[in-house]
Ligand binder design. Structure first.
Ligand code: SD4
Length: 333
């Protein structure tokens, strides 16, 4: 094994950083703390990280990587687990519908060469992430929407399915009684799945898939299928995926921002914190009422995650350990 490969495959431990927190200036009156990073950065390949608590999905992706598979296949396989999981009410089949009762999916994928594909407002097809991959690999385009995306999926052989499960229909019927639209700050089980993998060659790919915000307006598209907002990968630098209120992520081009901050030398953790700060510190930010969370990894395999509020989490599979990591957060009540 040559030295470069040896270094790539060897666990690199960097020093743990000090524990503590400092107050940062912030809009309004709440006590907002900027934690100093407490996690030890331990870097090694292969690895998978994902938003929220999705250990089955990271396990599936890691299986691909362990067999020597590439990061792109790994993130697609991982995301498909959650898309097929009818109990997850914010991804794929079983996702909560828009206010008219339609389940509409957004997804995107990006590879080590900067290629990307996405589908927005896709209906009746469970595996939006796979359709997005086909858009990337087989069409001259980056993004297909609505009926066009659905038609393309059927041409590829995807089957037409009713994505509105009884449980999601029931939740929607209950919601209709008051029909108040309010973004949900945290979904306790799991949520939009954004996933990034680094394979044994050190190459990075990422994917993001969601049914978007529950009871959104018909036609609404969030950040998750928007390259640079919901996901961004630069194989020279690292990758980032977002979850939470997509409108706020789009306004700050969040995932691209995190990757660019890492390019400038910030750790993944520092970059996620700064990107969250950009949202919170905007004039008149309504941050108390919504959640945004980022997970990121750099080329060395160091990871970071950060949310506006408590209860955001990252699932990480690295060094044979598949674990849920509770994210640090900005707003301490
Ligand atoms: C969206 N970002 O459609 C997605 C939803 C999400 O936690 O991540 N919810 O805005």
């Amino acid at each position: 094994m040559n030295r470069r490969k040896f270094l790539k495959n060897t666990t690199l431990s960097t020093a743990g950083l000090a524990v503590g927190s400092t107050l940062i200036s912030c809009a309004e009156d709440s006590k907002i703390e900027k934690p100093i990073i407490t996690t030890k950065a331990v870097a090694s390949f292969p690895l998978v990280i994902a938003t929220w608590h999705v250990e089955n999905a990271t396990a599936e992706a890691y299986k691909v990587l362990e067999k020597g598979g590439n990061a792109l296949d790994a993130v697609e396989a991982g995301c498909k687990i959650e898309e097929a999981n009818e109990k997850g009410q914010s991804v794929g089949k079983g996702g909560l519908p828009d206010r008219d009762g339609n389940v509409t999916l957004d997804a995107c994928i990006m590879d080590k060469n900067g290629n990307c594909g996405s589908v927005v407002y896709l209906q009746n097809v469970t595996h939006a992430i796979s359709v997005a991959r086909h858009v990337m690999e087989k069409t001259p385009h980056v993004m297909l929407a609505g009926k066009g995306a659905e038609k393309y999926a059927y041409e590829l052989g995807f089957k037409k399915e009713n994505l509105l499960t009884e449980a999601s229909k029931e939740a929607w019927e209950k919601w209709k009684v008051e029909a108040k639209y309010k973004p949900i700050i945290n979904i306790e089980n799991h949520d939009t799945i954004g996933m990034i993998a680094i394979d044994k060659n050190g190459d990075i790919s990422g994917a993001c898939t969601t049914s978007g915000l529950a009871y959104k307006m018909g036609g609404r598209v969030g950040d998750s299928p928007i390259i640079g907002a919901g996901l961004f990968i630069d194989n020279e630098v690292g990758g980032c995926v977002a979850t939470g209120l997509g409108e706020e992520v789009v306004k700050t081009v969040g995932s691209f921002l995190v990757v660019e901050l890492m390019r400038q030398g910030k750790s993944p953790q520092e970059a996620c914190e700064e990107a969250i700060g950009r949202i919170v510190n905007k004039p008149n930010s309504n941050y108390k009422n919504f959640q945004v969370g980022y997970v990121a990894v750099n080329k060395q395999g160091e990871t970071g995650c950060f949310g506006i509020h408590q209860w955001f989490s990252m699932t990480k599979y690295q060094n044979g350990v598949n674990e849920q990591i509770q994210s640090e957060f900005m707003v301490k009540a």
